[in-house]
Design a protein around this ligand. Structure first.
Ligand SMILES: [Zn+2]
Length: 288
């Protein structure tokens, strides 16, 4: 889908934009180009805030990209992240073999390129892969269901009902289960809304739009409270995670435009930002 993305260009990008002060995520003219291999042929970056962000701190680095391909109308807000940022060098954090319990050693196994935790006795190689987080954007009477976290991290901050996918369930099933666990709400899935990859922490989110089967919810054991928020009242200064901030921003933009779409994004921690700052991120890649 990205093979044919190319420069549309609204003109020259001013130094002002490149210094990070434009006012809308989706208002930025096109700046960069993709080669046929999908790489940025003209990597540049602009820092820009998400429109409507109340905190003033949620700057996304993004480019507005449009597809020149006739076979698709998809387009992407893209920055340097996808093509030019090298993968995070992951150091294994497994100390003992999960098969025999003996110590592991961090080595590059023969025929591989990455450091793995390898058992010093049985030789088992322990692969660590990203975790999938699934959750629901529960819509009810033009409001969205949020849960205030009763657990760390981000105790006391608001989030969408979401959690780790379990083996044996589909992403949709996991999202429904998490919503039942965290908000005691029975929901049915409406459609997938977003996939958000966070490579630096090895997580990938899938968020579904969902509706309440019955107009009932209450805080589960991991929630202090649950509440429906009108889109104008979403507490962006008190949201728990960058993924939730991004999801809600995209949802509000779509609702305001009267066109709900599926979004694919990558989120990376902004250099120098505190790991605990949910606004300290860049939206490095955005296809919808
Ligand atoms: Zn072993």
């Amino acid at each position: 889908m990205l093979r044919s993305l190319h420069l549309l260009g609204f003109g020259v990008v001013s130094p002002f934009l490149l210094q990070g002060k434009p006012r809308s995520l989706f208002a930025l003219p096109l700046i960069a180009a993709f080669s046929k291999s999908g790489g940025l042929s003209s990597p540049q970056a602009a820092l820009l805030p998400v429109s409507g962000c109340r905190s003033g701190g949620g700057y996304f680095r993004a480019f507005r990209m449009s597809s020149g391909a006739s076979e698709t109308s998809a387009h992407a807000d893209v920055a340097s992240g996808l093509a030019v940022v090298p993968p995070v060098a992951h150091k294994p954090n497994i100390s003992f073999c999960q098969a025999c319990g003996n110590p592991t050693k961090d080595v590059v196994p023969e025929g591989e390129e990455k450091i793995r935790a390898v058992c010093t006795v049985c030789g088992r190689i322990h692969y660590e892969n990203p975790k999938m987080v699934v959750g629901c954007l529960v819509e009810h009477n033009d409001k969205i269901l949020l849960c205030k976290r009763k657990i760390e991290p981000s105790y006391g901050l608001w989030t969408l009902p979401a959690g780790y996918l379990e083996i044996g369930e589909s992403a949709a099933e996991g999202a429904v289960r998490e919503t039942l666990e965290e908000a005691c709400a029975e929901v049915e899935i409406v459609s997938p809304f977003a996939q958000l990859d966070i490579p630096c922490i090895g997580q990938s989110y899938i968020i579904f739009r969902a509706r309440l089967k019955t107009p009932y919810f209450s805080p589960g054991p991991e929630s202090l409270e649950c509440a429906l928020f009108a889109l104008d009242d979403i507490p962006f200064d008190s949201l728990a995670f960058s993924s939730i901030i991004v999801t809600l921003k995209m949802y509000i933009e779509d609702k305001n435009a009267g066109n709900l779409k599926f979004h694919y994004c990558t989120i990376n921690k902004r250099p120098g930002a505190s790991p605990s700052d949910p606004h300290g991120f860049d939206l490095d890649y955005h296809l919808h």
